[in-house]
Every structure is written in C-alpha cells, then in structure tokens.
Write a protein that binds this ligand. Structure first.
Ligand SMILES: Cc1ncc(COP(=O)(O)O)c(C=O)c1O
Length: 322
C-alpha cells in the first residue's frame, strides 16, 4: 500500500499502546488533525554509542512535547513517564541502534468542526533510520535562501510549541527554496532580523564570537541550540545572544544551522531575496568553506551524542540500560 523507500529500516510503529506493522494504517480520513493540523510533535534522535542506542536529551524532548500539547489544550491520555517508556519500547521493538524518533499527539476522529470537542487525543510514536537532514551538504556546507516571506511572529502564537499546523509555513518555504535550487530556506522575522530555518536554529561567528538569537526573535529555542551553547562555553568560546541582523548574517565569518534533524550544518553561501524592490544578492560566508569554530563545535557535538564524552553522558538515555 505504501512506498517505503524513504523509510528503509522501519518495521513497526506504536499507536495507543500497541505495535502495528509499518504499512498498516491506523488513522481515519476524517481525523481532525489531518484537516486542520491540530497535532503536536517532537523530533528526537538516538545515536549509536559504545553502550548501544542512546537517545539524546530525551527528558527535554518529552517536556517540550507535553508543553506543546498544553498549548493546543490537549487532554493527553499518557504521562511523561509512559511516553518516555513507549519511546524506548519503539527503539527496542525495531532493534534500532540509531534513529530519528517522532512522537505525535493529535486530535483524532470525533467531529470535524474547527473546535475538536468530541475528538479524543491520540498518540503515535515512530522511529526509523534517518541520515543527515540536508544530506551530504550538511557536512560540506549549504547554500541558503533568505525568503521574501517573514516568519510567523512570536506575538501571534506561543513559539515554545511544535504545532503541526504551524509547520505549513516551513513546508511551503522549504519547497520554495528547493524549487529555486537552494539547499534550505532562512526566514527573517517581522523586525527584518534573521529568525531561523524551517526546522533549524541559526548561529553565526564573527571575530571569534559565537552568536545566536532568542525567542523574542520569533524562533523555536531548540534543544540542539542549547547543547551548542553549553559546548561552546565548555570549549572556552565566547558566546552572545541577541538579534542577528541580515547584514551580520551575510557578513559573518562563519554560520551554521543547528537542530535535531540537521545536527550542525555549516552555511557557506547565502542568497538574499528578502527585499522585493531589489534583485537577489548572493554572499559567500567567510571563505565559503566550513569554518574552524563550526568544525570544532560540530565534532564535539557528534562526540557528545555518540556517547564518547564523559561530561555529556548526562544527555543520553540508554535504550538498554541495565
Ligand atoms: C522551527 C524550528 N526551529 C528550530 C528547531 C531546532 O530545534 P531542536 O534543536 O530542538 O531540534 C526546530 C526543530 O525542532 C524547528 O522545527
């Protein structure tokens, strides 16, 4: 029934307490979330480590998941502990030692008015092997497209939540960037500063100082972003948090995306299409190659997620904990 070529290693998914074969559907076409995006989700990665699969910052992801659910006023039928256990069970059931994990809560079948008062909230958890989000370019460097559209503004909804429907802007803009031949999109916010990618936070480096923005710039403050800031601090790299102007971004010595899916991906070229009165302009970031600080942070991050660094063991939940 389904073409599984993009889910090469998935066997079973978890739905409301039971496992189902990957190709067996469990959702009715009149499911509320399918029509209005009334769902919340998480993106979590598990990595192969010397102690078997380790799930990166699982408690933080489960906390954010439950926060998202509360923003969408969901009555969640599971506790944090039960969701955590179910995620671990999905890893075990599929015998995965590295995976992308996707828990999804959604208003299900009940009524199709905009207000889902008769729709139960259902939980589905899937995990499958998924390589770097932006492919091999996520290590060699990506060319980004600054969109003509502005990011949804933090005054319009609670940006701490990952709400399905809100991601339609990311989907359209990700498609738009790729249709023009770029690797990924970058949003400016309503203030005209750099906000984020469709599913990534942004860092820049100038004169040895690492800079990223915060929630008041209309971003989701990512868990990877938080990890990068801590790693940078530990490495003695000076960091600052504040608005990133478009000029700072295009004139940076280094720039990179951070996110669970993308991990750390250098940005080496920027095309700016944000000014409708001007033609697109192209910029090389630094010398157009992965920068030294980006490289160091990326290596340290990959060591941390792979369980190679004692200091960052605190971030891993082992699937086969004795
Ligand atoms: C819009 C957006 N910004 C940033 C991020 C990065 O967040 P994290 O590092 O928690 O994956 C994500 C991914 O979840 C995202 O969807």
């Amino acid at each position: 029934m389904f073409d599984n070529s993009h889910f090469p290693k998935a066997k079973k998914y978890w739905y409301m307490g039971k496992f189902y074969e990957w190709s067996q559907p469990s959702v009715h076409a009149m499911t509320h979330a399918l029509h209005y995006g009334s769902s919340v989700f998480e993106g979590i990665r598990a990595y192969k480590t010397p102690q078997g699969a380790g799930i990166f910052r699982l408690p933080e992801h489960v906390d954010r998941f439950m926060n998202s659910a509360s923003v969408l006023m969901m009555d969640v039928p599971y506790t944090k502990q039960q969701i955590t256990e179910a995620i671990i069970a999905v890893m075990k059931e599929n015998k995965l030692d590295a995976a992308y994990i996707r828990p999804l809560l959604y208003y299900s079948y009940g009524n199709l008015g905009l207000v889902p008062q008769f729709c139960p909230v259902e939980l589905v958890i899937s995990a499958w092997e998924w390589g770097a989000y932006l492919g091999e370019k996520s290590t060699t460097g990506v060319h980004v497209y600054i969109l003509p559209w502005r990011r949804i503004h933090h005054s319009q909804y609670d940006m701490t939540a990952k709400l399905g429907g809100i991601y339609v802007q990311s989907t359209i803009c990700g498609l738009m960037a790729r249709s023009k031949g770029f690797d990924e999109a970058v949003f400016l916010n309503l203030e005209g500063n750099v906000a984020e990618g469709p599913g990534e936070n942004i860092f820049i480096v100038k004169d040895g100082v690492l800079k990223t923005n915060h929630q008041s710039e209309s971003i989701l403050e990512g868990i990877t972003r938080d990890s990068v800031l801590e790693i940078a601090h530990d490495l003695g790299i000076k960091t600052t948090i504040g608005a990133i102007t478009k000029e700072e971004f295009t004139q940076a010595d280094e720039a990179f995306f951070s996110g669970t899916a993308v991990q750390i991906a250098p940005i080496v070229r920027v095309t700016d299409d944000s000014d409708s009165s001007n033609q697109m302009k192209e910029f090389k970031v630094g010398d157009g190659k992965i920068g030294e600080i980006t490289k160091k942070l990326s290596e340290t991050y990959m060591d941390a997620v792979s369980g190679k660094t004692q200091k960052y063991q605190k971030w891993l939940t082992y699937v086969n904990e004795k």
